[in-house]
Each structure stands twice: as structure tokens, then as C-alpha cells.
Design a protein around this ligand. Structure first.
Ligand code: IMP
Ligand code: MG
Length: 184
């Protein structure tokens, strides 16, 4: 399908749908190899990771379950403050389960740090982190470990494949850099 946004002069494709699909295949195989025999649950963090979560789970050839959380990170201007409000909690307990939190992008890392603290007190067997994108430059919590990373990207604002700018562009099948964020 030819998306109209392919011709948006303010967007520059960074990862095509094909490149993303190939990388997710590799991540799925790695996750499957490392979780055989475990009670695995893939926790999607709404809304940004919804597309990645849906594609990743279909590349993990193991019995597993899924769940979702929704959080709002308070931003002080454009900077994340690390305050996280849980808008939607998990539907099921994670006691004794092997949990993989599935995120779209780790930027400052403050949202994930807080989320992992919250989940860390619930008796899971293990808690790991999968993020499609890793933007290391603005990272504040340098200790945050991403167990499964799709792609490392430069300090640019990106949209598509679940990632939004003011709620838009999540439906793009590719990931694009916004050339001029003022114009988006
Ligand atoms: P942080 O790691 O706490 O700074 O926040 C990460 C969240 O900020 C992500 O889950 C995204 O929702 C959002 N975010 C960070 N960078 C981008 C980007 O380049 N495009 C779209 N959303 C982003
Ligand atoms: Mg997010």
C-alpha cells in the first residue's frame, strides 16, 4: 500500500515496514529461545507500543499471554519529569510469571524506570524490557537496561508504527524522522 504520508516532505523514512518486520522476527526468535518452559506474559504499554506488541507476539513461538498497562508521564515542557500515573493497570497478577514489558521507545528512561519499580514489587519470576527503539542520548537513568532492542536511533523525533506526534501518525507502517517538529 502506498501511504499518502510517503510524500509528506516533513517526514523522512528511517525504517521501512520490511526492515522493521525482519528485526522483529529476530527479536521474537531470541525471546522464544530464552523463555522456553516459562509462564511468559508480554505487557504492552499503551498506546505507543500497540503496533510493536501485536507484531512481536506473533513472532514468539511459545505459549504466552498478553496484558496491557496505560501510563501518563508528566512532562515539564518537553522534558519527562519521571512522575508516572497509572491510567490502566494489568488485568491479571504477574506473580511467578516471566514478564516482558514491551515499549515503543526509551528516551529519558524515566517512564520505564518508574513502571519497572511498580511492577517490581509484584513477585514476578523475572521482568525484562523490550523496546523497539532506543534513543540513548537524552537518557537520564543510565542504569536502565533494555534486554531486547529493535534499533538504536539518533536524538531526533520520530513517528509511525505506533509512535505519535500529538496523537497522529501512529498508523504509518514505517518509522520516519520528523524533519521540522515545528511544522508537524
Ligand atoms: P521517557 O523515556 O520517559 O522520556 O519517555 C518515553 C516516552 O516518550 C515514549 O514512550 C514515547 O511515548 C515518548 N517519546 C519519546 N521520544 C519520542 C519520539 O521520538 N516520538 C514519539 N514519542 C516519543
Ligand atoms: Mg510510550
Amino acid at each position: 500500500m502506498e501511504f499518502t504520508e510517503f510524500t509528506n516532505p516533513n517526514l523522512e523514512v528511517l525504517f521501512s515496514a520490511e526492515v522493521i518486520a525482519q528485526r522483529i522476527k529476530e527479536l521474537g526468535a531470541q525471546i522464544a529461545a530464552e523463555h522456553a518452559g516459562q509462564d511468559l506474559v508480554l505487557v504492552g504499554v499503551l498506546k505507543g507500543s500497540s503496533v510493536f506488541h501485536a507484531d512481536l507476539m506473533r513472532q514468539v513461538d511459545l505459549p504466552l499471554s498478553i496484558d496491557f498497562m496505560a501510563v501518563s508521564s508528566y512532562k515539564d515542557g518537553t522534558k519527562s519529569t519521571g512522575d508516572v500515573e497509572i491510567l490502566k493497570d494489568l488485568s491479571n497478577p504477574i506473580r511467578e510469571k516471566a514478564v516482558i514489558v514491551v515499549e515503543d521507545i526509551v528516551d529519558t528512561g524515566l517512564t520505564l524506570t518508574r513502571l519497572l519499580e511498580i511492577l517490581g514489587s509484584r513477585g514476578a519470576r523475572s521482568i525484562k524490557l523490550a523496546s523497539l527503539l532506543d534513543k540513548p542520548e537524552p537518557r537520564i537513568n543510565k542504569d536502565l537496561k533494555i534486554d531486547y532492542t529493535g534499533f538504536v536511533i539518533p536524538n531526533k523525533f520520530v513517528v509511525g508504527y505506533g509512535l505519535d506526534a500529538a496523537g497522529r501518525y501512529r498508523n504509518l507502517p514505517f518509522i520516519a524522522v520528523v524533519k521540522d517538529p515545528e511544522q508537524i
